[in-house]
Ligand binder design. Sequence first.
Ligand SMILES: *Cc1c(COP(=O)(O)O)cnc(C)c1O
Length: 476
Amino acid sequence: MNHSDQPSGRSARDIAFDEAEAFLADIGRTPVDASASVDDVVAALDGPLPVDGSAPSVVVEELVDALRPGVVASSGPRYFGFVTGGALESTVAAEWLASAWDQNAALEVLSPAMAAVEEVAAGWVLGVLGLPGRASVGFVTGGTMANFVGLAAGRHRLLADAGWDVEADGLAGAPPLRLVCGAEAHASLFNAAQYLGLGSATWQRVEVDAQGRMRPDILRDVLDDGDGPALVAAQAGNVNSGAFDPLPEIVEACCGDDVWLHLDGAFGLWVRASDQLGHLAAGAERADSWAVDAHKWLNVPYDCGIAIVGDPAAHRAAMTIGAAYLTPGTGRDGIDHAPEASRRARGLGVYAALRELGRGGLAHVVERCCRLARRFADALDDVDGVTVTNEVVINQVVVAFDPPPGQDAAAFRDRVVAAIQRDGTCWAGPTTWQDVPSMRISVSNWRTTDNDIDRSVAAVLAAHRHCREAVTSPGG
Ligand SMILES: *Cc1c(COP(=O)(O)O)cnc(C)c1O
């Protein structure tokens, strides 16, 4: 390589490392939102693809300069958008190794190291979540794919029991499957059904209560009223309210042989790591499959989700691929547990997070986030024109802003949320909850402290006050 192409004298890896160090050192101090738009960043990057290559250090230096203004501090302590974790220190370092080692986690023979670390991580996940030890685990990209894998395994089991080989013969002519979920099910379940050829619009949606919890009495009626095998999806942790479906009663309603119960616990299932909060998801261990995210509350970097199936044969049948050159291992091959063949070892980050935190540390992160969400809610709920509209059971807070007279509620909410994001102290996004335009706050980051909450409360209230005054002042 021509060293004159390295103006700073640093290697590509040093440039990336120095940038990462500086970014992470400042993450609680800089504005949370990006300062550049997509168009700004494109303008800084774009141009015809050069015929000649560039030194790696030049590529990385240019990337840092062009992208940094468009980076959101979403892994920082005052980012409350969506449900977003911050990457724990060992997980970032482990991900660097994953790239440097560049291992393919498809087969044992491709990387004994990655097969082993995923095996250990899988066992730890089952242990800390209190799920059956016989369950099989697949490391996937997120909750959406984990839901997909769980439903695929359920589709296999229910149809195999009805004498149909869905993997070989597809769905045309298959016994019909009923799909049942709560009216507040996460959108990714519809997506999963779409990919599985089951149809995103075929779900029967069971009425929920005011917190978004599935009504088990109605679920029972729906199951009793219909015929044939049913895939039921329950939820541990509503993406807005954090509410848990009443799992013990749902498990009872789903005890028939021709019912497969899948549990979407993308972030909520982690409460089972805590003695204080685990009761919210009591009974979860009796479901047939589970979806959980690692890049949310476990604070592993994107992307990482975990698909868990209580019937390993169904999991494998739904996911495996076979070819003469794909030598099976003696134990657990990644290729049998996820939709991908070649695959990054996502379980490495899960191992690192669980080892860094320990069982107790994970319980602390979960409990602290819930306590901080309550602190946020208590501070906001006292204020004129601001209402917390959910029961704050875990880390989620839903906030409604009374619109000033004559103002549209959604437009006013949009102005307040935009003012909060522009201010840069913290970041929260909009939603609609119980038909009311609202703002959602999710406290999911291991770094967040009491002080972060207090600063964020002040910023939210200042933005709210500013928007109210702008409306009431003449010409405002
Ligand atoms: C986030 C979430 C999902 C989807 O997870 P991704 O990781 O974004 O694919 C599914 N269900 C629930 C309840 C979620 O909160």
